[in-house]
Write a protein of this length. Structure first.
Length: 161
């Protein structure tokens, strides 16, 4: 494997040899401005050999297995410790969301209760009840048909024939 400087030197050496035969090439190569100055470490060549490791069997390392299990155990314990440390703040955050949602629901239910009480008051107003009685042709019962319940005996319902 050669560096670029070596390749350029070889090209220009061939050009100089050809220049002896033709005058035009000799004029160009005679000028030293066209030559490339040498690079640092251009005389070092790197050679790599291909290795075939298909027949190599890896040796088992019992200490390595123990070290792996220790690393796994320490990572799991660190994760559990982190979860235990962060759990109270996460629980407080979730409780805050739940309290706010309960406040919103309480406000909604109180608004609904007040609207239902207003509707009940409108439906049970004496003017509306008189209007319904007039529409359905209700009449007041005669005084002799009224039955008053005796609450002193303990029973409110009386079976009268």
């Amino acid at each position: 494997m050669a560096s670029i400087a070596t390749v350029y030197n070889r090209l220009f050496q061939k050009g100089i040899e050809l220049g002896e035969e033709t005058g035009r090439v000799r004029a160009l190569s005679a000028d030293s401005a066209g030559r490339v100055r040498p690079f640092a470490n251009q005389d070092i060549y790197f050679w790599s050999k291909r290795f075939d490791n298909s027949r190599v069997v890896r040796k088992s390392d019992p200490a390595g297995n123990g070290m792996c299990w220790k690393l796994i155990g320490s990572a799991v314990s660190a994760a559990v410790l982190l979860i235990v440390v962060l759990l109270p703040s996460a629980y407080g955050l979730m409780a805050g969301y739940q309290v706010q949602s309960l406040r919103d629901e309480s406000q909604r239910l109180s608004n609904e209760l007040s609207s239902l009480e207003l509707d009940e008051a409108k439906l049970l107003s004496p003017a509306r009840l008189e209007e319904l009685a007039r529409i359905q042709q209700f009449i007041d019962p005669a005084p002799q048909k009224l039955i008053y319940l005796d609450t002193r005996q303990g029973s409110l319902a009386l079976n009268k024939k």
